[in-house]
Write a protein that binds this ligand. Structure first.
Ligand code: GLA
Length: 722
């Protein structure tokens, strides 16, 4: 049993393989948080409850001043409840503040989990257990169901909550976080993944926590290129291998906020969920509001341990199992090959070279219904001049060549210059007469069911009979004026995100078995919400392998490498910087591998090289799909980058070493490996040398010994058990 409730102490103890999460029902029926961290026995840990008494602290009881909402840890922290710290929930109920004190009423523990209606979430397996705790206010006007799903094997606990208006009054919700977690003390560093378009998640930002409120959020209507929903709190001494580390992420793709608030006592509160800026949600009588899921993990093995817990969880519980561990398509994508000048002829030319390069899927990117980015979105009419056989005809031709076929779509948008916008000017997400334009397009108002249905119908109609194998689902602008002609202002951002999920589900239902890859001007919507629908996401429009090294390394803190779509390209389109083929392959094979260049420009010798890369990728792909990643050298700290992927049974491993700038002393560098079995003997497939895992991990290898090839190529060394 992962979840236990002790009737005498009224303690809930949630246990995973290596962690414990403990809270209790207090004498005043509040839910007090007691502990989260390394696994402990089922002891009564109520002694840790905070009982500080000082002036200005408010108490529930006149007799016993020990318990105060101002200082206790909570599982849910309502504003106007006596807790004067940063709240996780703010609501008005007929303008009565005393409605905010929340009392335990009941709980249930069961195997498996229930779906979060309308939202993505961690999928249950046979080991999943769930605890639901119901609280209401004193007047029984508002009911909260706190949901805890325990994924014991991956050391992950998923939280969300549902709020219901059970009284007869008016309930307006102004903040509704998915989780609230209180820690004693503030001895943490906070880590987030920062970036921008063409540099998503590349800056791993780490700083000691200070008093006050730290906030990592997005107001773009999406999880954004700029701030990812992932966040970690770790001990100041935590590194890749040691040190207590807590990881958090949201299974959500809209406006989010991660808050870390250090209070007057120097205690820390973590809150994650919707961003409350402009948020105001009216919950009618008997209606509910569901908060997106937040996931959390703890590891005493530093950032590496945290990442591996998340990687396992995401692969087993977020990504559809049909795709999670299966070989991914090796695509040739038309975008960087011909941008908007793409034609049927050019796609067939790519296809004619594909098999020679070990490619199995041809993807027609943007340009099949338009010649530039000013037109076409919303109308979705195939450009018959460029594609005389239509998409179905082209798809059939590609299939006849023994290849799979994929198509690019951007269903959430409409171009300002389109018939669709002319017909439905009220279908966009701006009520202004002159809506702000971005990439010549507007966001469609997916808060409205009729718009979602209409777009789904139009896409289905256009693609009727096309036997697609792969869909690239793009999203190329932020929501900048989220106002709807129909939907209440304070509800627009979240309803829009719900609309995106609905539309994705509808189109996915139309194309079962099709692998979806999501995208947003590169990696502007790289989050767990999207990974629920698509096993891989286009990582960034920046395909310069040097820049990509930072982007991919940063992304790996939160996401498994198989979720990162990475292509071998000309390499210089964003930077003008030259790189060798080998280097480009090495970087792109970090994730789910493909190509994006004009194959017809390459010689037979080049194509033979591409084929050998595709074969190499396939040979080691299982390490990407199910292996453990150990980061060895961060590119942010040195001129190099190194990492090793190790199979779960520790029988094989692949080390990658990249030199980003020419450096004088690299030959004398010794590199200690990680993740191997100390007892096993491994053969270095480059040098033939056989050494124990213990030796490779403690003594290491000499980088200079690998220098028989070009340094600018980087190095890959496979180790296999002998
Ligand atoms: C975005 C994507 C690119 C490409 C273009 C097409 O920028 O990230 O990969 O699909 O759109 O317009």
């Amino acid at each position: 049993m992962s979840i236990q409730f002790n009737k005498d102490t009224k303690i809930f103890h949630l246990q995973t393989k290596n962690t414990s999460y403990v809270f209790c029902v207090t004498d005043f029926n509040a839910l007090e948080h007691l502990y989260y961290g390394k696994k402990i026995p089922f002891d009564n840990v109520k002694h840790i409850s905070n009982r500080q008494i000082y002036s200005h602290v408010a108490h529930e009881s006149r007799e016993d001043r020990a318990f105060s909402a101002s200082v206790q840890g909570f599982e849910i922290a309502a504003f106007n409840s006596g807790d004067i710290r940063t709240p996780s929930v703010v609501f008005d109920y007929d303008n009565k503040a005393d409605a905010c004190r929340l009392r335990y009423r009941s709980h249930t523990i069961y195997k498996g989990r229930k779906p979060l209606v309308g939202l993505p979430y961690s999928r249950a397996d046979e080991n999943t257990e769930t605890l639901e705790v119901v609280l209401t206010d004193d007047e029984n006007s508002v009911e909260f169901t706190l949901i805890y799903c325990v994924f014991a094997d991956e050391d992950v606990i998923a939280r969300s909550q549902i709020l219901k208006n059970i009284g007869g009054g008016k309930l307006t919700v102004r903040k509704f976080a998915s989780m609230c977690l209180d820690f004693y003390g503030m001895d943490f560093d906070v880590i987030t993944l920062e970036g921008i378009y063409l540099y998503e998640r590349a800056q791993v930002s780490r700083s000691p926590l200070n008093r006050g409120v730290f906030k990592n959020n997005s107001l773009t209507g999406t999880s954004s290129h700029n701030h990812n929903p992932f966040m970690a709190l770790c001990a100041h001494n935590a590194d890749e291998d040691i040190g207590e580390t807590y990881g958090f992420n949201l299974v959500y793709s809209g406006n989010f906020a991660d808050e870390v608030a250090v209070d007057q006592l120097g205690d820390t509160r973590v809150i994650m969920g919707f961003d409350d800026t402009g948020f105001s949600w009216t919950v009618g009588k008997g209606e509910t509001l569901v908060a997106p899921e937040a996931i959390m993990t703890y590891s005493d093995q530093g950032l590496g341990g945290m990442s591996r817990n998340f990687h396992d969880h995401i692969r087993k519980h977020i990504i559809e199992q049909e795709f999670a561990f299966s070989p991914r398509p090796i695509v040739i994508n038309s975008w960087e090959a011909s941008y908007f000048t793409v034609t049927e002829e050019k796609v067939l030319s790519l296809a004619s070279h594909a098999l020679d390069c070990g490619i199995d899927t041809v993807v027609l990117d943007d340009g099949w219904f338009r010649a530039n980015d000013r037109i076409g979105l919303g109308d979705w009419r195939t450009d018959k001049e460029a594609f005389p056989s239509g998409i179905k005809g082209l798809c059939d031709k590609v299939h006849a060549m023994g290849l799979k076929f994929g198509l690019w779509l951007e269903p959430e948008m409409v171009n300002a210059q389109s018939e669709y916008y002319k017909e439905h000017p009220d279908y966009v997400l701006s009520t202004s007469k002159l809506p702000l334009i971005s990439r010549h397009q507007y966001l469609l108002d997916l808060t409205r069911d009729e718009v979602v249905q209409d777009i789904a119908n139009r896409i289905k109609e256009e693609l009727q009979g096309v036997e697609l194998d792969y869909i690239k689902w793009d999203f190329n602008r932020y929501a900048t004026e989220a106002s709807s002609f129909v939907t209440a202002q304070g509800e627009v951002y979240h309803r829009q995100t719900l609309g995106v999920y609905k539309l994705l589900s509808m189109i996915k239902a139309e194309f079962p078995n099709v692998l979806f890859e999501t995208c947003s001007g590169g990696g502007g919507r790289f989050d767990l919400g999207m990974l629920y629908y698509s096993p891989q996401i286009w990582t960034s429009d920046n395909t310069d392998p040097y820049a990509r090294t930072y982007i991919q390394y940063g992304s790996s803190y939160a996401y498994p490498v198989s979720a990162l779509s990475c292509h071998f390209t000309e390499g210089d389109c964003t930077s003008g910087r030259k790189s060798t083929f080998e280097f480009r392959y090495r970087v792109a094979s970090f994730g789910s591998y493909g190509y994006e260049l004009d194959l017809s420009k390459y010689s037979a010798e080049d194509k033979a090289a591409f084929k050998s890369y595709s074969e190499l990728y396939r040979k080691d792909e299982d390490l990407n799909l199910s292996g453990d990643l150990y980061r060895l050298i961060s590119p942010e700290k040195t001129d190099y980058c190194a990492y090793i992927a190790v199979s779960k049974d520790k029988k094989k491993a692949k080390l990658t070493f990249l030199e980003l700038y020419a450096s004088g002393f690299i030959e004398s560098m010794a590199l200690r490996l990680k993740g191997l079995d100390p007892e096993k003997l491994y053969k270095n497939e480059e040098t033939g040398e056989v050494l124990h895992g213990a030796t490779l991990m403690n003594v290491g290898i000499r980088i200079g010994d690998l220098y028989r090839k070009k340094r600018s190529d980087g190095y890959t060394v496979n180790f296999v058990e002998v």
